[in-house]
Write a protein that binds this ligand. Structure first.
Ligand code: ACO
Length: 427
């Protein structure tokens, strides 16, 4: 018999099963708690709530471990390609050569957008935030593929390929719109990252020169961002998908959730913060003090994480990649010095030490994006490009789970008790 947990209620004791994951993580199964006791668990922000069982990504926040399908992030970031990781997340195993070739071919041949989608871009204001464009255009794809026939698994898979293929085009066109340059149509002779860079920075009037270091660092960044178990945007995708919404709508919800600065939007805020510190004479200590003062409303962007309480392994990889990349392209960014100084000051400060606040994935990624020439508002779009296969993998996993239910949290009601309606003239 497995381990049991006892919940002592005023009337009686409730016994619940303890579920154990493959890495020894334990969870108290309270699925029948309300049915059996009329009690619910109250856990705002889902700090202690496992919303599902999942075989995709494992994180040990205390030890700073991140693995996709068992493979350490350090190895994947070093040895793998982004499309290989997409396959791994979606299918559970690394692809063999033939599988990867076929997958690459399928994605490469779906990179174009329907010409009518192009017309949507004309309707957006030039200063539209690229995340607004990304979310709107991705959701609009639902309208173009609504008549897809076949079994639901095949439709989801086909739509997954479409999303992976088209998101770089959608993202690059959002940037082209913002700077008033012609949209560049995808080139299927280029690899995934190369093609994205071509659509971002190429112009019809000139040949496009590929910088291999940029392709490499982009590949690693996409891999590092590819999944992170039940974070805010992935949980949103799962919740929306649990209603049986189509994949485009579900992924759009993830893009919207990612946008916020407590989540993926932090990478934009990090660079804005570093720029402010630089303008302010590089006074990192002043910003550390501000972050410690709760009344200031200021937090150190790119610091802290709900799960990582030791270090974020992604931040470690990105920091190294950031140094290497800047050196390789001979770019001296003064913001890197500000970032290093701020990191050192925070890591030596008791406030940050006591609360286990370390740089997260967003702390150094913005400096790489800047060096690549990506504009600050598009940083979160870069995150979305990377996170897409994770969202898709979770949507697929949810559908494959025969026990999946619509996501529908409970609440503890704290409003008025029953009262009679008052006619307007008597209020
Ligand atoms: N700067 C200053 N203080 C902080 C920071 C920060 N960046 N992050 C957390 N704290 C403090 C909180 O004030 C709180 O202090 P208290 O115990 O005295 O009240 C304590 O540390 C715990 O913080 P919570 O907000 O309870 O932690 P939570 O897990 O809810 O939040 C989050 C995690 C949202 C990432 C938070 O650390 C934060 O706001 N960081 C800055 C934004 C950021 O970088 N987001 C990107 C996260 S990574 C990602 O989504 C890809």
């Amino acid at each position: 018999m497995g381990e049991k947990a006892k919940i002592i209620l005023s009337e009686h004791e409730y016994e619940a099963d303890v579920v154990v994951g493959t890495e020894g993580e334990k969870g108290i199964d309270v699925i029948h708690l309300r049915r059996d006791t009329r009690n619910v668990v109250l856990d705002p922000g889902f700090v202690n709530t496992a919303s599902c069982s999942s075989a995709i990504t494992f994180i040990d926040g205390e030890k700073g471990i991140l693995r996709y399908r068992g493979y350490p992030i350090e190895q994947l970031a070093e040895k793998s390609s982004f499309l290989e990781v997409c396959w791994l997340l979606m299918k559970g195993e690394l692809p063999n050569t033939a599988e990867l070739e076929e997958f690459t071919e399928e994605i490469t041949t779906h990179t174009m957008l329907h010409e009518s989608v192009r017309e949507f871009y004309a309707g957006f204001p030039r200063d539209a935030h690229p995340m607004a464009i990304l979310a709107s255009v991705v959701c609009s794809l639902s309208a173009f593929y609504q008549g897809d026939v076949g079994n639901p698994e095949d439709i989801t898979y086909r739509n997954s390929l479409r999303l992976l293929a088209k998101l770089p085009t959608i993202a690059a066109w959002a940037y082209k719109k913002s700077i008033g340059q012609p949209f560049m149509y995808p080139r299927n002779d280029l690899g995934y990252s190369e093609n994205f860079l071509y659509m971002m920075f190429g112009v019809p009037a000139e040949d496009f020169e590929i910088v291999p270091e940029m392709v490499d660092v982009l590949n690693s960044l996409l891999i590092i961002h590819a999944d992170h178990e039940q974070n805010c945007s992935t949980s949103t995708v799962r919740l929306v998908r649990s209603s049986m919404a189509n994949l485009f709508a579900s992924i759009t919800s993830g893009i919207c959730a990612l946008w916020g600065h407590r989540h993926g939007g932090a990478n934009q805020r990090v660079v804005e913060m570093l720029q402010n510190i630089q303008k302010d004479g590089g006074n990192a200590k002043k910003y550390i003090e501000m972050a410690k003062d709760k009344k200031s409303g200021f937090r150190l962007m790119g610091f802290g994480h709900r799960v990582y309480k030791n270090f974020d392994p992604r931040a470690k990889i990105i920091k190294e990649k950031c140094h290497d990349f800047l050196k390789a392209i001979d770019c001296k960014d003064p913001l890197l010095d500000v970032a290093i100084e701020l990191e050192e000051a925070a890591l030596n400060d008791d406030y940050f030490k006591e609360r286990n606040l370390y740089p997260n994935v967003d702390f150094y990624s913005g400096i790489i994006y800047r060096a690549m020439g990506i504009p600050v508002p598009a940083f979160t779009v870069m995150f979305a490009l990377g996170r897409l296969p994770g969202w898709i993998a979770h949507a697929i996993e949810l559908n494959a789970d025969p026990k999946n239910k619509i996501g529908r949290p409970r609440q503890i009601y704290t409003g008025s008790t029953e009262r009679d309606f008052v006619d307007i003239e008597n209020r």
